[in-house]
Design a protein around this ligand. Structure first.
Ligand code: OAD
Length: 288
């Protein structure tokens, strides 16, 4: 895809955002790092932090077969990516502004932290392509509960169990003291692990949204995981694409790249557009 040459400055980039009415915003872990949630592949990312775990590849932390085989590995480190309750970043406030101003076609997020909901974005306007911590499900009876109910187990590095299945397990154990399967009634956050399909809403919306959008903004992602990484190649050639990211993403063609912290970029763009970013809930914890 050849680059669209007309977006050659920050002012023109802001102008394109101002004119657009159906924006797809594709987000990744970089939009949440300012709240202390590590991204995945940076030097201080989660895959670097857990490199000494007994896994062939750090990505296997989110592998379904590994989880089934030994859930303790996931629960030994899941606290590292546990989202803060109720907080969101200036970038999420910017997303909310896009929605309020009728410009957000959809936010496709790879993030599992549910900060889109914290920012008050309408659930119809974002798709959590890799699921989220918002809910958790029992791997045995499939009962789904509010994800926050297992947060304390995650913080304590304990295995959360389904109360109903736990009672059943006890009953079976009383009958047969040898009965002790480790994963019976185990709760798992409804994160899409490698080996699981993306949520149905992704499949039902993505192709229509790609054909309708008039701008793609990609933010805080290395674009290394498909099918999300493929979205940039499926957008029609004449639709402008903007990147906002700390590092270059050189395996995709963007018409404009704003390299730096996405919160700062969001604040600058909003200021140029005269938008007020309400991010009073934002607590600056780490790096931006
Ligand atoms: P990555 O860690 O691969 O990429 C994060 C990107 O965000 C990097 O390019 C950073 O430079 C950039 N970044 C970090 N902080 C930033 C900031 N404050 N402002 C702007 N950019 C910043 O994370 P993702 O691309 O989201 O999947 O990873 C995609 C998927 O890989 C995840 O959803 C996860 C993982 O395996 C599952 O868990 C299923």
């Amino acid at each position: 895809r050849p680059r669209l040459k007309e977006i050659d400055s920050f002012e023109k980039t802001v102008e394109i955002i101002d004119k657009a009415k159906k924006i797809i915003v594709l987000t990744g872990a970089g939009v949440s790092t300012s709240l202390g949630i590590p991204d995945f592949r940076s030097d201080k990312g989660i895959y670097s932090i857990i490199k000494d775990l007994p896994l062939d590849d750090p990505q296997d932390l989110f592998s379904l077969p590994y989880f089934r085989q030994d859930p303790e590995v996931f629960y030994s480190s899941a606290y590292l990516v546990l989202p803060p309750v109720g907080l969101y970043t200036p970038f999420h406030a910017f997303l909310k502004q896009l929605e309020v101003r009728g410009k957000l076609l959809r936010n496709y997020t790879q993030n599992i932290d549910n900060l889109e909901a914290n920012a008050g974005i309408d659930p119809s306007k974002f798709i959590q392509c890799h699921g989220s911590f918002a809910t958790a499900s029992c791997q045995t009876c499939k009962r789904r509960i509010d994800g926050k109910r297992i947060f304390k187990y995650i913080q304590n590095k304990e295995l959360p169990v389904c109360p109903k299945c736990s009672a059943e397990r006890k009953r079976r154990f009383e009958k047969n003291p040898d009965y002790q399967p480790r994963s019976f009634g185990l709760m798992k956050p409804d994160i899409t692990f490698f080996g699981e399909d993306l949520p149905e809403r992704y499949h039902t919306n993505i192709f229509k949204d790609i054909s309708e959008c008039d701008l793609l903004i990609t933010v805080g992602t290395s674009l290394k995981v498909s099918p999300i990484s493929d979205i940039v190649n499926k957008i029609p050639r004449d639709i402008p694409q903007i990147l906002i990211n700390k590092d270059l993403v050189d395996h995709a063609v963007f018409d404009s790249s704003i390299l730096g912290y996405c919160d700062q970029a969001a604040v600058c763009i909003a200021k140029r557009l005269g938008w007020n970013l309400d991010h009073s809930d934002f607590k600056k914890i780490s790096n931006s």
